[in-house]
Design a protein around this ligand. Structure first.
Ligand code: CAA
Length: 259
């Protein structure tokens, strides 16, 4: 697959793939083509048994300044409906393997939504999170009103969405939007460290556990608990569960195969 707007390293490290947005002059603005490349790449990585964890980054300077305003500026509502650009975000949500967003600089509008659609966010001290669509006469359209509200709570989300105020990395950490904040030069190292921790675990259990955590967002507590319990029982069908528990008993490091 030839890629114009992103760079992909399927073996950044053993079992870890790195996707880097690559439109630096446009501050990684998310045009349709870039989002299609992300969608197609995630599909491939999800099927690649040599990949267990995925990192998505914009590099050290900027994560993404949002959907491409120039591409959208003259669109009609029906153009937007027909193109249905934000449906490409659904593939990120559907990806079974964990995705870590490594965010430095601006993560605005669709950029903030892209980071929030990932499973975890490692931020650099320079990261700024915002939903500034209100400043350009529109509103978030790729999850900003929903995922942000679930992450930071109603009052902070309202302020960000209605006034366009950005959060600093420290605020994002305080409000629970990100997992950790590190100096910009350590961003990828920290993301890799987290990815490595996850990639060393049973891929079967990781997949089922991710699915169960996500079920907390769409279900009642009872439905979520039932879903969790069934996925827990299902792990006992895996060789990895036998290996993990045997290794504990034998006081050795488990060797998970994803079977
Ligand atoms: N779309 C298209 N181009 C963009 C862009 C965007 N979202 N953000 C920045 N760019 C372009 C600029 O037009 C500029 O291009 P030129 O050099 O050709 O003029 C280049 O990137 C550099 O940007 P600036 O000169 O503006 O850089 P700055 O450092 O002065 O400001 C910024 C940085 C504060 C991020 C500013 O660029 C900005 O406000 N960008 C728009 C942010 C925004 O409104 N995002 C939401 C988009 S809508 C959306 O995302 C909808 C949704 O829910 C999915």
């Amino acid at each position: 697959m030839s890629l114009q707007f992103i760079k992909v390293n399927t073996q950044a490290e053993k079992f870890i793939a790195l996707i880097e947005l690559n439109r630096p002059k446009e501050l990684n603005a998310l045009n349709r083509e870039l989002m299609l490349e992300i969608r197609d790449t995630l599909r491939l990585l999800d099927d690649d048994e040599n990949v267990r964890t995925i990192i998505l980054t914009g590099g050290e300077k900027v994560f993404a300044a949002g959907a491409d305003i120039k591409q959208m500026a003259n669109a009609t509502a029906i153009d937007m409906l027909n193109i249905d650009q934000f449906s490409t975000w659904d593939q990120i949500k559907k990806t079974k393997k964990p995705i870590i967003a490594a965010v430095s600089g601006f993560a605005l509008g669709g950029g903030c939504e892209l980071a929030m659609t990932c499973d975890m966010i490692v931020a650099s001290e320079t990261a700024r999170f915002g939903q500034p669509e209100i400043r350009i006469g529109t509103m978030p359209g790729a999850g900003g009103t929903q995922r942000l509200t679930r992450a930071v709570g109603k009052t902070v989300a309202m302020e960000m969405v209605l006034s366009g105020r950005f959060l600093t990395a420290t605020e994002a950490l305080q409000y629970g939007l990100v997992n950790r904040v590190v100096p910009a030069e350590l961003l990828i190292d920290e993301a890799l460290k987290l990815a490595r921790e996850i990639a060393a675990k049973s891929p079967v259990a990781v997949k089922l556990a991710k699915e169960a955590v996500n079920a907390a967002f769409n279900n009642t507590l009872d439905e979520g608990l039932l879903f969790e319990r069934k996925n827990f029982y299902l792990t006992f069908a895996s060789e990895d569960q036998k290996e993990g528990m045997a290794a504990f008993v034998e006081k050795r490091t488990p060797d998970f195969k994803g079977k």
